[in-house]
Design a protein around this ligand. Structure first.
Ligand SMILES: Cc1ncc(COP(=O)(O)O)c(C=O)c1O
Length: 485
């Protein structure tokens, strides 16, 4: 399962490779090899991708073929390329650079620890009144057994209405309530993906989605997002769908976790068409759809372009409301919902009735709650950006127009080392490699802005100190005496 990158595509990804910072008098082939290594390390060029033939790349870059030949040779020598005569060359990483991407999350057990590993808000003040109101409603359900595999009808109605309000007419039969978005993803994978099936994901992506895919022993290919612009490269994304023809693609188009990118309407439409042509089901994770900041206008839902039941949307209460509720949902065709419900009976039967009633009350108050969340997040994002600009000015960050995370480009491949040192000063981080496969993304760090501004500022101060210490510990402590003869 390899995909291929064409000469023109690679040339575009490489951009100004011949004028990269730090290049002094290195020959062209070395600069080209360095630029390809950079793309691999950043996850923008996936592993296992076939590179263009030397002649094709030479033409696309307007360099001599010998330059490309020498660059490919150097990439082979450094373990970034595997070639087979007559078959081509594939991207890879040297074995020593692989870092496991498991173990993202550990519960907060230390009260002084500032936890930047979890991108979720504390509960809103409306939660307790909603829970009280839910207990008042509970007697209406107590006469039955309480098992509702697709969810209680009031909540399914409320969720269906929220899709309809977003311009996607939806009936309650198309909604299944789950115990969180993660549960929704797991159920969809059980239904739509045979063990070992092929899946396309963004790189970087949400680590627990990778964990769910690993549990299905999925064969995962990646589409590398750029840090700037809109993130997705339409040509590459659509090309990957066409070439790989994965059984399933998992996308987070609304303020992508971790990059914060928002997929434009045009690409949503094209991705649905390409997925249909490739026989691919699109699983669209809408966890952050309620959280545009700065009045960012929202494109239509991806499912609005779906004519063939190719798109399964998943979402939930965790980001705008509270993760502790454990309420999520799937929006699919009515027959798919029935199949999902049948699958879930073998897993957990149904979601708790009381929690679903709490969700109904929160959704009834959605405009006020969500408006307050957006204002809070925008202020916290700005405080985090200001602290980073003041204390870590070499890190590159762009301000996301929604969601709850920044994706910072660091001043070196130090993300895991920084996370280890940060633990010692009471800051928990999720380093870049956790969001990808194969240990790439060491130059990136996800920073959520879900904590109060004062905590974020304190955390950045501690990170700045740790960053400085990393440099000092890397520096040699003393020099060997030089012999002058
Ligand atoms: C993209 C994405 N999907 C799913 C989840 C899990 O959500 P839930 O708490 O609803 O299971 C998260 C939580 O961080 C997320 O960021």
């Amino acid at each position: 399962m390899t995909s291929q990158v064409r000469g023109a595509q690679l040339a575009r990804l490489l951009g100004q490779w011949h004028a990269l910072p730090g290049r002094r008098r290195s020959p062209d082939y070395a600069a080209l090899a360095a630029a390809v290594r950079g793309l691999l390390a950043d996850g923008r060029l996936a592993l296992g991708v076939r590179l263009p033939a030397e002649r094709e790349l030479a033409e696309a870059l307007r360099v001599s073929r010998t330059t490309v030949t020498a660059a490919y040779r150097q990439l082979r020598e450094t373990g970034h390329l595997a070639s087979r005569r007559g078959a081509g060359s594939w991207t890879m990483l040297p074995g020593t650079h692989r870092v496991a991407s498991t173990g993202l999350w550990t519960p907060l057990d230390d009260r002084d620890m500032i936890d930047l590993g979890v991108a979720a808000l504390a509960a809103p003040p409306q939660l307790v009144p909603a829970a009280r109101a839910a207990t008042e409603d509970l007697p209406r359900y107590l006469g039955g057994a309480g098992y509702h595999p697709t969810g209680i009808i009031e909540l399914r109605d409320a969720v269906a209405r929220s899709y309809t309000d977003r311009g996607l007419p939806t009936s309650a039969e198309q909604i299944m309530v789950t115990s969180g978005t993660q549960h929704a993803l797991d159920l969809v994978l059980r239904l739509a993906l045979a063990p070992g099936g092929s899946v396309l994901v963004e790189s970087p992506t949400y680590p627990n989605a990778l964990a769910a895919l690993a549990a299905r022993r999925a064969r995962v290919s990646t589409h590398g997002l750029s840090t700037d612009g809109v993130g997705w490269d339409p040509d590459l994304l659509l090309g990957s769908l066409r070439q790989i023809r994965p059984k399933l693609a998992y996308l987070i188009p609304d303020f992508q976790n971790p990059t914060g990118h928002l997929m434009p309407a045009e690409l949503r439409e094209k991705a649905v068409a390409a997925a249909h042509a490739a026989g691919t089901d699109l699983v669209v994770d809408e966890s952050f759809v309620d959280l545009p900041l700065d009045a960012t206008p929202m494109p239509p839902p991806v499912a609005a372009y779906d004519r063939h039941s190719r798109v399964i949307s998943i979402g939930g209460m965790s980001k705008p409301y509270w993760g502790g509720l454990r309420i999520g949902w799937v929006r699919a065709s009515a027959p798919q919902v029935q199949r999902l419900a049948a699958a879930r009976v073998g897993v957990d039967m149904a979601s708790p009735v009381l929690d679903q009633l709490v969700a109904v009350h929160l959704l009834a108050d959605a405009p006020a709650i969500v408006e307050a969340r957006r204002a809070q997040l925008a202020a916290q994002r700005d405080a985090l950006l200001a602290a980073l600009a003041a204390r870590l000015p070499d890190w590159r960050v762009t301000s996301p127009s929604g969601g709850v995370t920044l994706w910072a480009e660091l001043d070196g491949p130090i993300s895991s080392a920084l996370a280890r040192s940060a633990e010692d000063v009471g800051v928990r981080l999720a380093p870049g490699p956790r969001f990808g496969l194969d240990g790439t993304l060491e130059r990136f760090l996800r920073l959520p802005f879900t904590l109060p501004a004062a905590d974020l500022e304190e955390a950045v101060g501690r990170l700045a100190a740790v960053r400085y210490d990393l440099d000092r510990s890397a520096r040699r402590q003393w020099r060997e005496a030089t012999v002058i003869a």
